[in-house]
Write a protein that binds this ligand. Structure first.
Ligand code: AMP
Ligand code: GLY
Length: 421
């Protein structure tokens, strides 16, 4: 069958790498893709904001499965448009993508379904925000509502700092914010596929969001990740599925907006058990890279079962009994303005070490691959332990010459310390 993959990052390179290995896949198209994805797919210059053009492309090319990687087209309703034209789509409708798109929506759903999460106040004016703040101790968390648009989350250690964050959010008319109790614990991500009714647990991971070693400095999209997250023990995973994921899936279905796709639950493992920090309506980036490196099962029938509403008939996914760890190489300047155009050499040398190199922000030029984004490569290693997976990943990293880029050298540190590797 022909498959269309939408997106252009490291997550999509990992999906393309895995989809292309399927015996069921004839032609894989990617829109717009990147030079790494081009090794597995035919790139198409399709503007996916133009839903009619995307539907026309799928009709002309007899596409039987569309996989939407990033959140923006999901929140924009591309899934709805393609599904109403009769196509099988992996990725939720616009209404269901609100689980990622609106923090207030998700918090209200947690209230209604009694899902464990941080106590919160949703406010639509500065005055209301300042009033609500008085009901919270410190630290306290202030979040912009809607897809964060650069203004994300402030963990404030004083009320003054929280007030400043609120004033910042309400400089534009019509702002919205969520104020939350600070949850203490370790974070872990749980991935669950659902067709709106059945669920299929799909692995766990932990990532490193801060740009600097020791988890310091500004937040990024993620500087590295590993899977599985052993801190999410089978018992904690069962609780997260029963107390958080299943009630979410049921509440979405009961509201007439069933969620079909991957639910990426950001969890805080607190002393009282797992609590939901946030949902994403897509795979994580770079968490997807480590999940795909470990996935043994053919991805295509799984995604078809999700898209077709037959997930209950699908067995559990099979995983390699190995740890995967990925290290992001970013362009200097990231997460601010990244330096564009820096030369990258040695990708094939890195692959010769056994590492898997997924490309994120790259561009092909006559003289080779150059940087064209903040996060540029995700170099992934597999091993029997977190320590050997880390060594495999850094062997790959060290084979790459990217003078205008950098990476963290301590990916996996918390887990490595715990494992004693
Ligand atoms: P979010 O955009 O909601 O995922 O938040 C980004 C990051 O802020 C999370 O990954 C956490 O590290 C932190 N965070 C968000 N909400 C809370 C909370 N209620 N308590 C503690 N940390 C939080
Ligand atoms: N790595 C975090 C994310 O994909 O949102």
């Amino acid at each position: 069958m022909n498959i269309l993959l939408i997106g252009s990052g490291g997550r999509e390179h990992a999906l393309a790498w895995k989809l292309a290995q399927s015996p069921l896949c004839d032609t894989l198209f990617a829109a717009p893709g990147n030079p790494g994805i081009a090794e597995h797919a035919t790139l198409v210059a399709l503007d996916v904001r133009d839903h009619a053009a995307t539907v026309a492309f799928c009709t002309t090319n007899a596409i039987e499965l569309i996989v939407i990687g990033p959140e923006a087209p999901l929140v924009d309703g591309l899934g709805d448009s393609l599904r109403s034209a009769g196509f099988a789509v992996f990725g939720p409708d616009k209404a269901a993508a609100q689980l990622e798109g609106s923090k207030a929506f998700t918090k209200a759903l947690c209230d209604q379904a009694q899902i464990p999460t941080a106590r919160y106040a949703h406010v639509t004016s500065l005055d209301a925000g300042l009033g609500a703040l008085a009901r919270f101790g410190v630290p306290v968390v202030v979040k912009a509502d809607g897809l964060a648009a650069g203004k994300g989350v402030t963990v404030a250690t004083t009320h003054d700092e929280a007030e400043a964050a609120l004033r910042d959010l309400f400089t534009d008319a019509g702002g919205e914010a969520v104020i939350e109790e600070f949850l203490e614990g370790e974070e872990a991500s749980l991935f669950v596929l659902t067709d709106g009714k059945a669920i299929l647990p799909f692995g766990s991971a932990q990532d490193h969001k801060r740009v600097g070693e020791g988890d310091t400095g500004p937040n990024t999209g993620g500087m590295g990740a590993y899977s599985p997250a052993r801190v999410l023990t089978p018992e904690l995973e069962r609780r997260a599925l029963d107390e958080i994921v299943r009630p979410t899936v049921a509440a979405m279905a009961a509201a007439g907006t069933p969620f079909s796709g991957v639910l990426y639950a950001g969890l805080m493992l607190t002393a009282d058990g797992p609590k939901l920090i946030e949902y994403n309506a897509r795979f994580g980036d770079p968490e997807c890279q480590v999940l795909m490196a470990r996935l043994e099962s053919d991805l295509v029938p799984i995604l078809l079962a999700v898209a077709g509403g037959t997930l209950a008939d699908h067995g559990a996914a099979q995983w390699r009994d190995a740890v995967a760890l990925t290290v992001v190489l970013a362009a200097n300047g990231y997460p601010g303005t990244p330096e564009a155009g820096g030369a990258i050499d040695g990708i094939s040398d890195a692959e010769a070490t056994g590492a898997i190199v997924f490309q994120a922000g790259t561009r092909a030029t006559d003289s080779g691959i150059v940087a064209a984004g903040g996060r540029v490569l995700a170099v992934t290693g597999l091993g029997d332990t977190i320590g050997t997976a880390r060594d495999a990943a850094y062997r790959g990293v060290d084979a790459i010459a990217f003078p205008t880029g950098f990476c963290r050298r301590d990916i996996g540190w918390r887990e490595i310390a715990r494992a004693g590797d």
